[in-house]
Design a protein around this ligand. Structure first.
Ligand SMILES: Nc1ncnc2c1ncn2[C@@H]1O[C@H](COP(=O)(O)OP(=O)(O)OP(=O)(O)O)[C@@H](O)[C@H]1O
Ligand SMILES: [Mg+2]
Length: 506
């Protein structure tokens, strides 16, 4: 890609970018939120046609007018947010772009055979007859990769593929990427997890503010140097905090149970408390009920049993916006696009969504837009959210910037209980440092934080107490001082200390 410039109104998303990747190569594309990574790859995938510059594959110039043209030239892309049809099967989704037909209809038997053959060839196990909505995120992503391979992808773009995966799924994906590379393909990997970049890539290109900062061989660099290239300074993820001195109970959860979205038990008789001045971390492999636990506490899904008390008031079964928020609850939801934002609304209205009922922005029944706009702008600045205008659609924001806006909104009313579910998913290392500081500041101001995270390093950096969730139950509790990755890791796999002792005796 030569001299690529892309503009969205006033925003220059890519400015005279030079990007080169070769065959049999995994090429890392990194940079801060809003640096222009997704934009550059969308140009390559034929999604953006309004750009200056030149695009060459095998030395031949191309100009795509749609992804269809790009696919025809062997380019595939797995997006940050998947584009599968949930009600259809794996096989139907894989062949959807070019279905084998039989008398004018999709040949389902052949589709199933195609998927079986591809799965075998690339070692991507999956049942072709499963419905997408029943699959874990990791398996859904596998379907996306199969879909691209079925369409003949030789250049495969992966936009933050590991942000939503469990550590086991990440390992599996990395293996897949290396296999694909060994088969001669060119893989372009966008990610904020620098350990992954260091582990699997051969080359790295760094973007900052739409321009190329550098291009290095992975073997000649390290995480610290990549960070420095990305954000122009060192980043410290060890946050300073005041000594642990918990106050009274803010959240009291007693024996709650609930179901997941397909009606299976997700949370089983969980009791927990979070105090003032305390971060309680919930560690667990994704899919063990932590997502439903957060939704149940904030009233988004109904309880089968149990009771929830927030600041001394029973909130069980109450309306999340009227009751939970009013009593001091903020919730950074882990589903950024589906739940935490309204895609067809503006940046401003998304920020105001949890605030517009409060006296901060209302006078009588009237919403004071000028006052509201001041708050929106001030917070966008504070959280360094990169935007065009506040009236632009929220969907114009890059993934990480959307996440920062959600966090700014949820922190705005200084909730006495903050539920932070995967708070730094998809944000760059610089922003991660800032978010860690904000969460700790919130705790130091005597608030309660319930942190749910797939990242063990995040749990260890922020928590005062750590609860481990396994198959919907809390199977262990550790104080920060006694916790380490190994102990938590064993519990996350369902192995209790007693079990270890028993094994040792036998
Ligand atoms: N469709 C669009 N309309 C308007 N502005 C856009 C659009 N897409 C991207 N932008 C802007 O272009 C810039 C680059 O965005 P891009 O999505 O490429 O960033 P990114 O590097 O992928 O960031 P992240 O790590 O957060 O995903 C951002 O400032 C973003 O707000
Ligand atoms: Mg992006």
């Amino acid at each position: 890609m030569h001299d690529i410039t892309v503009r969205f109104g006033q925003v220059v998303a890519n400015s005279a970018v030079e990007f080169h990747a070769g065959w049999s190569e995994i090429h890392g594309l990194v940079g801060e939120n809003g640096a222009g990574k997704t934009t550059l790859m969308r140009v390559l995938y034929g999604m953006y046609t309004e750009y200056d510059g030149e695009l060459c594959i095998n030395g031949e110039k191309h100009s795509f007018s749609s992804p269809k043209d790009a696919i025809a030239q062997g380019i595939g892309m797995v997006h940050q947010h998947f584009s599968l049809v949930p009600s259809m099967t794996v096989a139907e989704n894989v062949v959807i772009g070019k279905p084998p037909s039989k008398r004018g209809l999709i040949n389902l038997d052949e589709s199933i055979e195609i998927v079986k053959k591809l799965s075998k060839e690339y070692g991507l196990n999956i049942n072709p007859k499963d419905k997408i909505s029943d699959l874990t995120v990791g398996l859904q992503q596998r379907v996306e990769i199969l879909k691209a391979l079925y369409l003949g992808a030789e250049i495969l773009i992966m936009d933050e593929p590991t942000a939503v995966l469990t550590p086991q799924e990440i390992k599996q994906l990395m293996k897949t990427l290396i296999d694909l590379k060994n088969k001669g393909k060119c893989i372009i990997l966008i990610t904020h997890k620098l350990a992954e970049v260091k582990m699997v890539t051969d080359k790295i290109t760094v973007l900052r503010n739409g321009t190329i900062i550098g291009n290095v061989d992975t073997k000649d660099t390290d995480e610290k140097r990549i960070t420095n290239m990305m954000v122009g300074r060192e980043v410290v993820l060890d946050v300073e905090k005041e000594s642990y001195n918990p106050g009274k109970v803010v959240l009291d959860v007693h024996n709650i149970s609930c179901l997941d979205k397909i009606g299976l038990p997700a949370v089983k008789n969980i009791s927990l408390q979070v105090h003032e001045g305390e971060v309680v971390g919930i560690a667990g492999v994704q899919g063990n009920g932590q997502h439903e636990l957060a939704d149940a506490i904030s009233g988004l899904i109904p309880l089968l049993t149990g009771e929830i008390v927030l600041n001394g008031k029973k909130i069980t079964g109450k309306n999340p916006s009227l009751v939970c928020r009013k009593n001091g609850m903020g919730h950074i939801h882990d589903d950024r696009v589906g739940v935490a934002t309204a895609s067809d609304m503006s940046i401003r209205d998304n920020f105001l969504a949890t605030i517009y009922r409060t006296s901060k922005v209302k006078q009588g029944l009237i919403l004071k837009y000028s006052k509201a706009d001041d708050y929106v702008k001030k917070n966008i600045k504070k959280y360094k959210v990169k935007i065009g205008k506040i009236t632009d659609s929220i969907s114009s924001l890059s993934g990480g910037n959307m996440q920062k806006l959600i966090i700014a909104r949820e922190m705005f009313l200084k909730p006495s209980l903050l539920i932070a579910s995967q708070p730094t998913r998809g944000v760059d290392v610089g922003a991660q440092e800032f978010i860690y500081q904000q969460i700790i500041k919130h705790r130091d101001s005597k608030n309660a934080v319930l942190l749910i995270s797939n990242e063990l390093s995040e749990i260890l950096a922020l928590s005062d107490r750590i609860l481990i969730i396994y198959k919907g139950e809390i199977i262990g509790e550790l104080n920060r001082n006694e916790a380490n990755e190994e102990k938590i890791g064993l519990l996350m796999a369902g192995i209790k200390e007693d079990d270890c002792n028993k094994e040792a005796i036998q």
